[in-house]
Design a protein around this ligand. Structure first.
Ligand code: PGA
Length: 263
């Protein structure tokens, strides 16, 4: 973390917890999150349940008096409305959420999302006032041959933003091999790539904008390793998968705050 930026701890619930379970889990973790966050303004938490559970979690959040816990979706489509069976428009998500995860590696791999598609979705999200959390990340083989994949992902997924839009982006760097494997990257390794991402973003939108960009690390983050990532000057929080659907999520937020207070 760098003190001039605020941290984000986002929870990507993936395809876990339908409305009833989501409401129960939200009710379980919200008091702890609220207590931690209300005492420390430098961290925001974003809960991203499955689309069908967004109303249930919205209801739970509306009864929790804090502005530092937000709701995010896991995907949108870029069209405004119409014959797109199974898809959800940005305007619909915006009724309940302030953020949306885009271009997650599971969507890129399993649902064939390209950088161009992620870019269209990013522009649509921004046009509707949603903060995109744009995910990038490479496989181990791609990592070992250099930085081409990350460079193309950033340059294409985040192309054509206005200067104002460029300031409303969050990026999540998630090495594919670290997602859901229990094998997190090292803070040093992740920090080197997030540093590169900031540099690339600076080339696209100016160094001042890049200096305010929040870049999260994602991939097997737990309450045990979050401190190392938060300690790195180039890493501004985490996108948490598996640990975000457990009470450990509250501990991750606690460790984040403790680490920031110590630095
Ligand atoms: P993980 O997932 O924390 O379970 O590795 C992270 C993600 O996919 O966003």
């Amino acid at each position: 973390m760098t003190v001039t930026r605020t941290a984000i701890i986002a929870g990507n619930w993936k395809m876990n917890y339908g409305p009833a379970q989501a409401a129960r889990f939200a009710t379980e973790i919200l008091p702890g999150l609220q207590e931690l966050l209300s005492g420390y303004a430098q961290v925001t938490s974003i809960l991203c349940p499955p689309a069908i559970s967004l109303p249930a979690v919205r209801t739970a959040l509306d009864t929790t008096p804090t502005t530092q816990i937000e709701l995010g979706a896991q995907n949108i489509y870029y069209e405004e409305k119409g014959a797109y069976t199974g898809e959800i428009a940005a305007s619909m998500v915006r009724e309940l959420c302030s953020s949306v995860i885009l271009g997650h590696s599971e969507r890129r791999t399993l649902f064939h999302e390209t950088d161009d598609l992620v870019n269209r979705k990013t522009l649509t999200a921004l046009a509707h006032g949603l903060q995109p959390i744009v995910c990038v990340g490479e496989t181990l083989a791609e990592y070992e041959i250099g930085r081409e994949v990350i460079t193309k992902q950033i340059q294409t997924s985040l192309a054509n933003l206005t200067p104002e839009q460029a300031r409303n982006i969050v990026i999540a760097y998630e090495p594919v091999w670290a997602i859901g494997t229990g094998r997190a990257a090292t803070a040093e390794g992740a920090g080197a790539v997030t540093g590169l991402i900031r540099q690339l973003y600076g080339e696209m939108y100016g160094t001042d904008t890049a200096a305010t960009l929040r870049i999260l690390y994602g991939g097997s983050v737990t309450s045990t390793n979050i401190g190392e990532f938060i300690d790195h000057p180039e890493i501004d929080g985490a996108l948490v998968g598996g640990a975000s659907i457990k009470p450990d999520f509250v501990e991750i937020v606690r460790k984040t705050i403790e680490t920031m207070q110590q630095s």
